[in-house]
Ligand binder design. Structure first.
Ligand SMILES: *Cc1c(COP(=O)(O)O)cnc(C)c1O
Length: 343
């Protein structure tokens, strides 16, 4: 079996999750009658300290629903140029909601208040106006960066000073909270909605949560139906999600493993390795003169799977199915890869 570090989405559900799925008390969730979904939504809202929460099949759908609820057709969304919602969701903001983007270069993974003030567009006869500010934590493409709550709040305050709502793409929200030792409710205190994935580091087979106040979630339920996400006996997939919420604290293990992996790789000449905040390690092979496509392929031949994320950038992501021993083996194998590529 290769050591699979392509993503934290590749994990298999535990036996307990499979048992919970089989035993779930279900009903028609479009009627609000699925007990397992209702229990998950209540527990999830409690976890992030919001009035309400809604189960969605994917993080992408949750983000896109949030944008649709918050902003009107033609309006602009201010976001980082490397934001997932902008760069990795097939232009969904435009395709699904007729929104435009105004990207900024958020070098610290969150737009500064100044960037938000500068990017803000007031509605007028000529201009559509800003309809949303979208933030991301942890920031995936910038390397799993854990953004401190003060920076999230500062960005939110800047948006709110213009009466613009704020959505937080927290696909890996709990990774940020565990890494920074911050209560999730504090992290999301000043945003108007938050998305988090159950299917990444938390290990659920399927599903994400979109949370916010009751009025937001009520409207989000209509948009979820519009986007084709109204599911029926969804308790079968919600029940494992409830167990996934118990995996929050163990994200610290993924972070330790990522740090160990990065330290190991850093000792290999030719690789440039990021210093990970959380579970994502970025490896650059430009000094080696080998592109990421080749590096990834040779790593795979040696039994380590990563993902190409740029011309010379390969991403490795620790997860629930990867142990400390696996990480050590992976480092040894990558040392062999580099030796082979140098020949
Ligand atoms: C994975 C991810 C998403 C999308 O989640 P899916 O469940 O894969 O649709 C959104 N935002 C970020 C930052 C992600 O890493």
């Amino acid at each position: 079996m290769p050591i699979d570090l392509r993503s934290d989405t590749v994990t298999r559900p535990s036996d307990a999750m499979r048992d919970a799925a089989a035993a779930a008390d279900v009903g028609d969730d479009v009627y609000g009658e699925d007990p397992a979904v209702n229990e998950l939504e209540a527990a999830a809202a409690d976890r992030v300290g919001t009035e309400a929460a809604m189960f969605v099949p994917t993080g992408t759908m949750g983000n896109q629903i949030a944008a649709r609820v918050h902003a009107d057709r033609g309006e602009e969304v201010i976001l980082d140029r490397m934001a997932h919602i902008y760069d990795w969701e097939l232009g969904g903001l435009a395709q699904l909601s007729g929104l435009q983007t105004r990207s900024v270069d958020a070098v610290d993974a969150v737009p500064t208040p100044e960037q938000i003030h500068d990017a803000y567009v007031e509605e007028s006869l000529h201009r559509a106006g800003t309809g949303l500010v979208a933030l991301e934590n942890t920031h995936n493409a910038r390397g799993g960066v854990a953004v401190p709550p003060a920076a999230i709040s500062a960005a939110a305050d800047a948006a709110h000073s213009h009466d613009v709502p704020v959505h937080l793409d927290g696909a890996r929200l709990f990774n940020a909270c565990v890494a920074l030792d911050v209560d999730p409710a504090r992290m999301v205190r000043d945003v108007d909605s938050v998305l988090f994935c159950l299917s990444k580091g938390l290990g659920a087979p399927v599903g994400s949560i979109l949370a916010g106040d009751a009025a937001f979630v009520e409207e989000a339920r209509r948009v979820r139906k519009l986007f084709g996400g109204g599911m029926r006996q969804a308790g079968l997939i919600a029940a494992p999600g409830l167990l996934a919420l118990e995996n929050v604290d163990r994200l610290a293990v993924d972070h330790e493993n990522a740090a160990r992996f990065a330290a190991g790789l850093d000792g290999i000449e030719g690789l440039r390795v990021s210093d990970p905040d959380t579970n994502i390690v970025q490896v650059y092979t430009d000094e080696l003169g080998v592109d990421a496509e080749t590096f990834e392929a040779v790593c795979a031949e040696h039994g380590v799977l990563g993902g190409e994320h740029g011309e010379y950038l390969t991403r490795f992501c620790t997860n629930l199915d990867v142990t400390r021993e696996d990480v050590d083996v992976a480092v040894d194998r990558i040392a062999d890869v580099v030796a082979e590529l140098r020949d």
